[in-house]
Design a protein around this ligand. Structure first.
Ligand code: HMG
Ligand code: MG
Length: 311
């Protein structure tokens, strides 16, 4: 398959770590439950394509997200992880941590909200009550030597509350990072961010001692801004980017959320700019093509469509 012409963009970092979220953010939103064996095959293929960090599944309530109720089964099918940090999983509460630890995970992600409405809809509690729920989870995870990421959803806008002020998002980020998390991921759950807003939030976080070396970005592509926003974050010094193979994704508790930034679109852009990702674009596109057939619908990724159009 053709690749982009490579011309080094000197204002971008030399290397970017892609944090692949397709098996979790993508498959949590599928109308049907994908079999555990297909999920495990997807994760194996993504790892073989060079994705070193793959968010594998969620140990949330199966009543809330039945699509990922088979979390333990998927991890059992995969067998022991390589580095222990290569397969993070979402964990909302102590019950979820018990299940994740029993499944042998080495890395977890908690997930809070910048807005009260989404905290209620996604976690059944207020922003402050969610921080209280996460506190013992992070403390015990750290005692166990697990790596911990903190997501903050609705960092830029919320479908019920409208635009979210930078200071409000920064407060939510600081509250979760103060629990002792290793990495922060800024969630644009409904894809409404634009580049100036992204840089303004990164500046505000830096002002609170949360520098870009601890921050990842997580853009959904509802308004086609995910790649532009990612590039703005990379120019501001971020080096960890969340993306989803084939552009799968969405949040079942945020109706207007569509897929994440497609990993293929990100890899094409970075490869062309001479930024190392370690990802084999051909193998990744082949994986998304295979997954499209499994899910019986075309990938929304522009690069997948260009390189491997649906017949
Ligand atoms: P709760 O407070 O226990 O509330 O759960 P509940 O009473 O609704 O609980 C329902 C049932 O689940 C109860 O069982 C609980 O015991 C059980 P029942 O009594 O009915 O038999 N339960 C559990 N079972 C297994 N594992 C668990 C667990 N916890 C409770 N861990 C909770 C509150 C937070 C767990 C629930 O609200 C929940 O699971 N929410 C998760 C929603 C979710 O996964 N959303 C998508 C992920 S977030 C996202 O996509 C955004 C992100 O991508 C970033 C971005 O884009 O912005 C990360
Ligand atoms: Mg998401």
């Amino acid at each position: 398959m053709p690749g982009p012409d490579v011309v080094r963009a000197k204002d971008l970092p030399e290397r970017v770590r892609i944090y692949e979220v397709g098996p979790r953010d993508g498959l949590q939103n599928e109308p049907t439950v994908v079999p555990a064996a297909t999920k495990a095959e997807l994760i194996r293929r993504l790892a073989a394509a060079g994705l070193g960090t793959i968010e594998t599944t969620s140990f949330v309530s199966p009543r809330w997200v039945p699509q990922l109720a088979d979390a333990a089964e998927v991890l059992a099918l995969l067998g022991p992880s390589g580095t222990g940090r290569d397969r993070p999983v979402l964990v909302p509460n102590e019950r979820g941590l018990d299940r994740a630890v029993a499944a042998g995970v080495g890395a977890i992600a908690i997930f809070g909200s910048a807005t009260e409405t989404f905290a209620q809809r996604n976690l059944g509690r207020s922003v402050a009550e969610s921080v209280a729920m996460f506190r013992p989870v992070v403390a015990r995870a750290r005692d166990l030597g697990l790596w911990v990421r903190a997501y903050v959803s609705m960092c830029f806008g919320d479908p019920w509350e409208g635009p979210v002020r930078v200071e409000q998002a920064a407060d939510a980020c600081a509250a979760l990072m103060d629990l002792g998390c290793d990495e922060l991921s800024l969630g644009d759950t409904i894809g409404v961010a634009t580049t100036g807003h992204v840089v303004a939030l990164l500046d505000a976080l830096e002002g609170r001692g949360l520098g870009v070396e601890r921050v990842a970005v997580h853009f959904h592509d509802t308004y086609g801004q995910a790649l532009a926003n990612t590039m703005a974050a990379l120019r501001r010094g971020v080096t960890v980017v969340d993306a989803s193979a084939g552009g799968l994704g969405g949040c079942p508790y945020a109706g207007s959320a569509t897929g994440n930034l497609a990993t293929e679109d990100l890899v094409w852009a970075l490869e062309g700019a001479g930024v190392a990702t370690g990802v084999d674009l051909d193998a990744l596109v082949a994986t998304s093509r295979w997954l499209s057939a499994e899910l019986n619908r075309p990938s929304p990724s522009a690069v997948v469509t260009a390189l491997a159009p649906t017949p």
